[in-house]
Design a protein around this ligand. Structure first.
Ligand SMILES: Nc1nc2c(c(=O)[nH]1)N[C@H]1C(S)=C(S)[C@@H](COP(=O)(O)OP(=O)(O)OC[C@H]3O[C@@H](n4cnc5c(=O)[nH]c(N)nc54)[C@H](O)[C@@H]3O)O[C@H]1N2
Ligand SMILES: Nc1nc2c(c(=O)[nH]1)N[C@H]1C(S)=C(S)[C@@H](COP(=O)(O)OP(=O)(O)OC[C@H]3O[C@@H](n4cnc5c(=O)[nH]c(N)nc54)[C@H](O)[C@@H]3O)O[C@H]1N2
Ligand code: SF4
Ligand SMILES: [Mo]
Length: 726
């Protein structure tokens, strides 16, 4: 007889001896989950749990969040500042004063000898908003380099650029709650269940209450594609053709929202003329989706009372990434799906605070969505900081992806990397290695001393991580959330805010300008500078943010709470208040598979790892699920080449080669392989990364490779181990 559940031993949750729970926000992806970290009697972080009252995650966490407390004591955390004359030498442990004096002296020397812009700064999407703002003040107001950008150029730049072109400003208009109202969801180049598991869970919840069609566009049969009603396995790099064809069908069949177009958009005629050329018959062989499916999807979308599109890197990381975003906005403008419940263009953001850097870091402009090109904006910020407006450049400098070539060509001599690891995350890493070797001075500011980029540095500054600090992150739906300080920084590592403030004090100008010591003090400046603007923070305070578990901007001075959607009034950020419909011709300029390199190389992520694995590679319960560089390959393609499951294969491109373990799966088509980019010495040794002309974002997901069985499996295993690092 089978025993019923009640006769089995009840599940016992181990008592971790928690005496205190501390509220904070997850520091991995941009979903913005509220977390409580449990501390034991000794003040050690022993467990994490989701916060039930949080609007975003309602008590849930994904795998990464569940083990986040383990981060504080992971291997190879930076303990003390390190310094050496030359990267060939061994590091010496030094104090903060010695290391920061060297950093400031080198910045001054390089700027004096080669000009202000010869020293570049590249930051991240993974520090607090208050830290971004402070770094921006330091970079623009004190050091005065215009070659200052962030790794968000690898990530969200196309979304930013596309929003600006369509709506006159950056700022995702929608929110997660839109799933509860939509009648049709189009998801392009996003693997939501693995990369944003809690947003996916919100979608599943909405679907359980009310069924609506889910259409997933991805060349792979991802987990998301498997649950979709319709999966469009698009030819890589051709989303623009599909989107133009959808618009073609909508206009051809009179399914557009004429009133909305007339009242809220400009340039319809030119747009209509262009999409007239993209009929489904012509588009089908280019994008690989048959004409009937294109028509069916266009009708489903346009006839839905409210329809929304979400997208992530399958769109952004493309040579037409910015155009892809604009094309999504075009689709939503012609169907009247912006700013309404369930009708939106919602880019799913990547890093925990990629939004915060867009809003406040002054990388691409000035704080508070202000622009360097606008004289009044320069004056406002200069007056607020107490500097001369002439000190600010009238035009933005180099994007991150142009900074490395400028090092190569000798224009840039010094570099400060803050919380980013380009030796693993940039395309064509052999070239990045050479550029880093060419620098007269490299300073790496990272939470881990074993970050690959540190091999080339002169100074290493150990940063405190995540909830060892305090400050805000803005999530995908514009929700400003508070990361409360949970425990003290590890060893002698310091919060990034402290480091930026200390560097400022080494400059004459930095001594004069106000640099508040606390994150909350910095937040007051954000509030001042945001008052009355699109991203108004003035109604927020730390206490209110914590109490409401995050507040969506704009939150005006007297408002009780935030605003779920932008543009609900149909007024856009262009001076005439109208959005732009933009004609987007498709240019096919990718490196495509050919006889010599017959496979598409696609790259992306897996659920248990985050980026370059400096963090998740050291958390046992994450790393054990995916410990080794591997590729997904189609069994039919493998058979023809004599490549077997569980064995090693060598991939080569025109840039380099890599050794991976083979996972045979029908998830990828026969002409494609997919590699998670998390592993050092792997995907980005091969990738090309052609740049989008508007956003300068690399097409990480589109290049060509050759695959062969590794002749010597033992040697291949050894090389594969080396690529693991941890
Ligand atoms: N577990 C985990 N979660 C993360 C991260 C992580 O490292 N690990 N990183 C965070 C960050 S910074 C980001 S940016 C996001 C990224 O989140 P996603 O963009 O969802 O993840 P990716 O795996 O990079 O790419 C998504 C899909 O794009 C598809 N794709 C490739 N080429 C094309 C194409 O031409 N057209 C279309 N339509 N699709 C294409 C790929 O097959 C892949 O399935 O995830 C965030 N969340
Ligand atoms: N082939 C391929 N390449 C890709 C992608 C792809 O899909 N395919 N995706 C691209 C995308 S979308 C992104 S976002 C990039 C990510 O690329 P990176 O930003 O280079 O990757 P991370 O590993 O997140 O690097 C962040 C670093 O910051 C450190 N860190 C974490 N917290 C803190 C902190 O609080 N302070 C400081 N100072 N340091 C901290 C971490 O230890 C880590 O070394 O990769 C890009 N590269
Ligand atoms: S979904 Fe993102 S924010 Fe939420 S717990 Fe997972 S990694 Fe953290
Ligand atoms: Mo990203």
């Amino acid at each position: 007889m089978l025993l019923g559940r009640k006769h089995k031993n009840p599940i016992k949750i181990a008592d971790k001896g928690v005496v205190d729970w501390k509220y904070t926000t997850c520091g991995y992806c941009s979903t913005g989950c509220s977390i409580e970290v449990g501390l034991n009697e000794k003040g050690e972080a022993v467990t994490s749990r989701g916060v039930g009252s949080a609007a975003v995650n309602r008590g849930k966490l994904c795998l990464k969040g569940l083990f986040e407390h383990e981060l504080f004591r992971t291997a190879n955390r930076g303990r003390v500042p390190l310094m050496r004359e030359h990267p060939h030498d061994k590091f010496r442990e030094v104090g903060w004063d010695v290391s920061l004096t060297r950093v400031a002296d080198e910045i001054k020397r390089i700027q004096k000898q080669h000009g202000r812009d010869a020293f570049a700064i590249v930051s991240t999407g993974q520090i607090m908003t208050e830290e971004f703002y402070t770094l921006g003040k330091l970079a623009r107001g004190v050091i005065g380099t215009n070659n200052y950008d962030g790794n968000t150029t690898l990530c969200m730049a196309s979304a930013v650029s596309g929003y600006k072109r369509s709506f006159g400003s950056d700022g995702p208009p929608g929110c997660y709650e839109d799933f509860e109202h939509t009648e049709c969801l189009l998801a392009i180049g996003s693997n939501l269940p693995e990369q944003h598991p809690i947003i996916f869970w919100r979608l599943k919840q909405a679907l359980e209450k009310r069924k609506f069609p889910v259409i997933v566009v991805d060349p792979r049969v991802t987990m998301f594609a498997q649950m979709a009603d319709i999966h469009l396995p698009i030819t890589p790099g051709t989303d623009l053709v599909l989107l133009n064809a959808l618009a073609h069908v909508i206009l051809d069949e009179g399914l557009e929202d004429r009133n909305y177009i007339a009242a809220h958009t400009q340039d319809f005629d030119r747009f209509a003329e262009l999409v007239a050329q993209y009929d489904p018959v012509t588009a089908a062989p280019v994008c690989g989706i048959d004409e009937d499916t294109i028509r069916n999807v266009a009708r489903l979308y346009a006839r839905a009372g409210a329809a929304m599109t979400i997208w992530t890197m399958g769109i952004n990381q493309s040579t037409h990434g910015s155009d892809g975003v604009v094309a999504i906005n075009n689709l939503n403008l012609i169907t009247g799906n912006i700013g309404k419940a369930g009708g939106t263009s919602l880019s799913i953001t990547g890093q925990c605070n990629a939004m915060g850097t867009r809003e406040w870091s002054a990388c691409s402009g000035l704080p508070g969505y202000r622009s360097l090109e606008n004289e009044e904006d320069r004056k406002t910020v200069a007056d607020y900081w107490g500097i001369d407006a002439e000190f600010l450049p009238p035009k933005r400098g180099l994007f991150q992806t142009d900074i490395f070539p400028a090092i190569e060509s000798g224009q840039i001599k010094g570099l400060w990397l803050v919380a980013t690891n380009p030796m693993t995350s940039m395309s064509h890493t052999a070239r990045i290695r050479k550029t880093l070797e060419k620098l007269e001075f490299l300073v790496v500011q990272d939470a881990y001393s074993d970050v690959e980029t540190n091999e080339y540095s002169h100074v290493y500054l150990p940063a405190a991580i995540w909830a060892e600090k305090e400050g805000c992150f803005t999530n995908t739906e514009r929700r400003v959330n508070l990361t409360r300080n949970v425990i003290a920084p590890y060893a002698d590592s310091k919060p990034d805010l402290w480091i930026f403030n200390a560097v400022a004090k080494h400059f004459e100008a930095g001594k004069k300008i106000r640099f508040p010591d606390t994150a909350e003090g910095v937040f007051d400046e954000l509030r001042d500078l945001s008052k009355g603007r699109m991203l108004d923070y003035s109604g927020m305070s730390y206490a209110k943010i914590e109490q409401q578990r995050g507040i969506q901007w704009p939150c005006h001075e007297d408002a009780e709470t935030g605003t779920p959607r932008l543009y609900s009034d149909g007024v856009f950020q262009y001076p005439d208040g109208k959005a732009r419909l933009i004609a987007l011709p498709f240019v096919d300029n990718n490196e495509r598979p050919d006889d010599a390199f017959p496979f598409w190389l696609n790259s992306g992520r897996v659920v248990e790892h985050f980026h370059t694995r400096t963090r998740t590679g050291k958390v046992g319960n994450l790393n054990k699920f995916s410990p080794t560089p591997y590729m997904e390959m189609n069994p039919d393609a493998a058979k023809a080449l004599g490549i077997e499951h569980g064995r090693y294969a060598r991939l080569s491109s025109r840039r380099g080669d890599a050794v991976v373990l083979v996972q045979l799966t029908h998830r990828v088509p026969p002409n494609m392989v997919f590699i998670p980019f998390h592993f050092h010495e792997c995907a980005n040794r091969l990738s090309l990364g052609l740049l989008d002309p508007h956003s300068r974002q690399p097409a990480f997901k589109h290049c060509a490779v050759r695959v062969e069985a590794a002749a010597d499996q033992a040697l291949a295993a050894e090389r594969n181990m080396n690529a693991r690092t941890y």
